[in-house]
Design a protein around this ligand. Structure first.
Ligand SMILES: NC(=O)c1ccc[n+]([C@@H]2O[C@H](COP(=O)([O-])OP(=O)(O)OC[C@H]3O[C@@H](n4cnc5c(N)ncnc54)[C@H](OP(=O)(O)O)[C@@H]3O)[C@@H](O)[C@H]2O)c1
Length: 189
């Protein structure tokens, strides 16, 4: 299969587009033909060797995959071949195929396209955990989100609303990153 490989820690020149083996799956994994992946800040830190749980080169970067299940492990019971799914991985999604744990692979509705689904797992799971489990947000509460223009920030704003927040306040590092809400102009602090 084709994949992007981090050959050594460093700047973008260490990324190689090359041929590699299709990964083997264990009994509790599925093989996914990747249609879309995401690019996260964590991918860049991994490439630079600065990510706390990053891999050692050579490795295939990428945490999120959306695609179609092509093979299932013997112990997989919830997913089947042909199903449209998204998955969260430790690395490996800048590739044509990934081996994903069944526990971290989720069916996607027909109404959600692969690009939208691929942009979801890393930022949505982290934002949900932060808001629901760490902050334990209650209906009507005001939420302050720093780095609001980033992947986590833009997702956390939307999830805070869905979880019933009253006012959501975001901070950004420069004028260029100010989001323009439909009903309210941004306030300079
Ligand atoms: N634990 C998890 O599961 C998990 C999952 C996803 C992300 N994360 C972490 O959450 C953080 C945000 O991730 P993200 O995907 O939202 O990243 P992102 O889209 O690249 O946004 C990062 C934001 O951080 C701010 N920032 C401050 N100092 C920075 C620096 N030196 N370089 C780059 N950006 C800087 C910038 O906003 P301003 O300029 O507006 O300040 C930037 O927009 C990262 O630390 C990431 O590793 C953790």
């Amino acid at each position: 299969m084709k994949a992007v490989i981090v050959s050594d820690f460093g700047d973008p020149s260490v990324l190689e587009y090359t041929d590699t083996e299709i990964p083997e799956i264990s009994s509790r994994q599925v093989l996914i033909r990747v249609v879309s992946t995401s690019v996260n800040f964590a991918d860049i830190m991994s490439r630079q060797g600065r990510y706390h749980s990053g891999s050692k080169p050579p490795f295939i970067p990428g945490l999120d995959a959306a695609g179609v299940v092509v093979k299932t492990g013997a112990a997989v019971c919830r997913l089947k071949a042909g199903q449209r799914v998204m998955a969260l991985l430790k690395h490996g999604t800048y590739a044509e195929y990934v081996a994903a744990d069944e526990d971290l692979t989720f069916s996607i509705p027909d109404s959600v396209d692969f690009e939208t689904a691929a942009a979801c797992p890393t930022v949505a799971f982290a934002s949900y955990k932060l808001l629901a489990d760490v902050a334990r947000i209650r209906p009507g509460e005001t939420v302050l989100i720093h780095a609001a223009a980033g992947g986590i920030g833009t997702t956390a704003i939307q999830l805070a609303r869905l979880l019933g927040a009253g006012k959501v306040i975001g901070t950004v590092g420069s004028d260029r990153k100010q989001l323009l809400p439909q009903r309210q102009a941004p306030t300079r602090l």
